[in-house]
Write a protein that binds this ligand. Structure first.
Ligand code: PEP
Ligand code: MG
Length: 295
């Protein structure tokens, strides 16, 4: 059966009615890219940068981050690359950075909340990203955004670091700044956010909508991205993108799940980012689906 899907891998994805669907890849560790052909995807929809902060004595410095971001852009060879700023906390604790005393870490200081609480760490990542943005089509995405001020505060920090880099004569560029839509408050009021693009994080969105943690097996049946309440939020965000011409993608596990893909297409999602191993089958599922865009 795998052989059947493999024939789809090297072709751009489109639906049975010929509508183009962008299929990008998620990257959790750049080593995954070494034996991967960039020609199989439309770019990288999500680089999780937590790996930079694992298994080390200290936190990574600007030059080592820049080197990693450059390597990823090189691999993508001109395709768009979306790098997410550190999403520490919740299910992703990092020694020396995340607190250990939260009773409910998924509702605590994680993602952009932590970055804005530790701006001395955040500024280093923003500098490395601004330098990398001078080398290729890099976009920067913020995790766990809940209120618009988190985006505007980050934009100020980014511009501040770009000004400092410029003064020092270091090449840099201001990348597009986008957000993960994974907190219900963001999905329900997406039009409030001053973001250049939006990527639905269905893993966290599902757990926050269903109040069933993503890492507790006993509630796994409740933690279901196909729950109509989750799908309604996804449809809402996709419609917002369509009506305003702003880019909306989806980068949670649902995006590569053959059972979920038809539901996402039905709700108007046309840009999916997934683990590379899911691409061939996902493209086959997309080709086998036909239906109209919702209004
Ligand atoms: C998500 O929440 O859907 C997502 C893509 O981010 P992560 O799984 O890294 O939290
Ligand atoms: Mg998430």
């Amino acid at each position: 059966a795998a052989a059947h899907w493999e024939s789809f891998l090297h072709r751009p994805a489109s639906t049975g009615s010929g509508e183009r669907v962008l299929t990008q890849v998620n990257v959790a560790d750049p080593a995954e890219l070494d034996h991967l052909d960039p020609g199989i995807c439309d770019g990288i929809g999500l680089v999780r940068t937590e790996f930079l902060f694992h298994d080390r004595a200290g936190l990574p410095d600007e030059d080592s981050q820049f080197a990693v971001y450059r390597r990823i852009l090189d691999w993508a060879a001109g395709r768009p690359v979306t790098i997410r700023t550190l999403d520490a906390g919740g299910d992703k604790p990092i020694r020396g950075l995340t607190g250990e005393s939260e009773s409910n870490p998924f509702l605590g200081v994680r993602g952009i909340r932590l970055s804005l609480a530790r701006t001395e760490v955040f500024r280093i990542q923003l500098r490395a990203l601004a330098r990398a943005a001078a080398l290729g089509p890099l976009k920067v995405m913020l995790p766990m955004v809940t209120i618009p001020e988190e985006v505007s505060d980050t934009a100020l920090l980014l511009r501040d670091e770009i000004a400092a880099l410029g003064k020092a004569g270091i090449d840099c560029r201001e990348p597009d700044l986008g957000i993960m839509v994974e907190v219900p408050a963001a999905a329900l009021a997406v039009e409030r956010f001053p973001a250049a693009f939006f990527s639905i994080g269905s893993n966290d969105l599902t757990q926050y909508v269903t109040a069933a943690a993503r890492d507790i097996t006993a509630v796994a049946a409740l933690n279901d991205s196909a729950n109509p309440a989750v799908l309604e939020l996804i449809e809402r965000v996709a419609r917002f993108g369509r009506h305003t011409g702003r880019e909306v993608s989806l980068c949670g596990d649902a995006g590569g799940d053959p059972a979920m893909i038809p539901l996402l297409l039905e709700r108007g999602v046309r840009n999916l980012s997934m683990a590379p191993a899911m691409l061939a089958r996902a493209k086959a599922v997309i080709a086998g689906w036909s239906g109209p865009l919702p209004s």
